[in-house]
Design a protein around this ligand. Structure first.
Ligand code: ZN
Length: 252
């Protein structure tokens, strides 16, 4: 195998670790976002419920004002009525009185209804507040845990980057440029062995001539289908890398 490929395989191993780390970090951030959105949902629910409770209270106060007005009017009618001598005026006033009385009863019934609604809403508000408090306590711990894990990932990432910088210096700059471009396109293994005359990156069968070129290892040979860099698997490499790649593939 070409020496430049040997080094780049080392680089590739670091890069695959880095990609796994980045994916893991993204997953952790997703978890964090999920936890926070749960809390936000409850906060919104609480706010909405508080608003509803306030509105009902306001309606009840308004209705109570209306009841007081009715009572005052009734009192006025009664005072007037006692001074009236004529029967028809007395009767007219009596009619107004009973109408006012009727609306007072109606408003009071409405108040009773609203009060019932209010106590229901207040119960819901209490339970939302309780679950929000519980969620806040849980998420605080979970938040800290996830952030801690992200920090560990970042630390590991910085370490990997350092190692990569060292290894990258050993790689032929031209090869490195090609490799980096392919890596950023595919975000996957770029230097892959031929297995049974098949590119182990895209699993498409190659021609015998193509295989020969790879076996000779005189220059970089790319898969015609996926553009990955191909190498001929020697025994030492085979023992070391094949089982690992198999495992990864079956896990995915
Ligand atoms: Zn291929």
């Amino acid at each position: 195998m070409m020496q430049s490929l040997r080094v780049i395989l080392k680089l590739q191993e670091l890069d695959m670790n880095m990609i796994r780390l980045i994916d893991l970090k993204e997953k952790r951030h997703g978890e964090l976002e999920h936890v926070r959105s749960l809390r936000r949902d409850l906060e919104e629910q609480k706010m909405r419920k508080e608003h509803e409770v306030l509105e009902v209270k306001k309606d009840i106060r308004l209705a109570e004002g209306e009841v007081r007005e009715c009572q005052e009017r009734i009192k006025e009618f009664e005072t007037k009525q006692s001074a009236i001598k004529k029967v028809d005026e007395f009767n007219a006033l009596n009619k107004q009185l009973s109408e006012t009385e009727r609306s007072r009863v109606q408003i009071e019934a409405r108040i009773a209804e609203m009060s019932e609604k209010l106590s229901g809403e207040e119960e819901v508000l209490v339970s939302i507040s309780e679950s929000l408090k519980e969620t806040e306590e849980n998420t605080k711990a979970l938040d800290a845990e996830i952030l801690g894990r992200v920090e560990e990932i970042n630390k590991e990432g910085r370490e990997l980057q350092k190692q990569r910088d060292v290894v990258a210096k050993e790689v032929d700059p031209e090869v490195l440029k090609i490799y980096d471009r392919l890596l950023s396109n595919k975000r996957d293994q770029i230097v892959v062995p031929i297995e049974n005359r098949t590119c182990s990156g895209c699993h498409i069968v190659l021609t015998a001539q193509h295989e020969n070129l790879v076996r000779k290892g005189e220059r970089l040979v790319f898969c015609e289908h996926c553009s990955r860099i191909l190498y001929w698997q020697e025994h030492e490499v085979e023992e070391e890398t094949t089982p690992r790649r198999r495992r990864r593939r079956s896990a995915a």
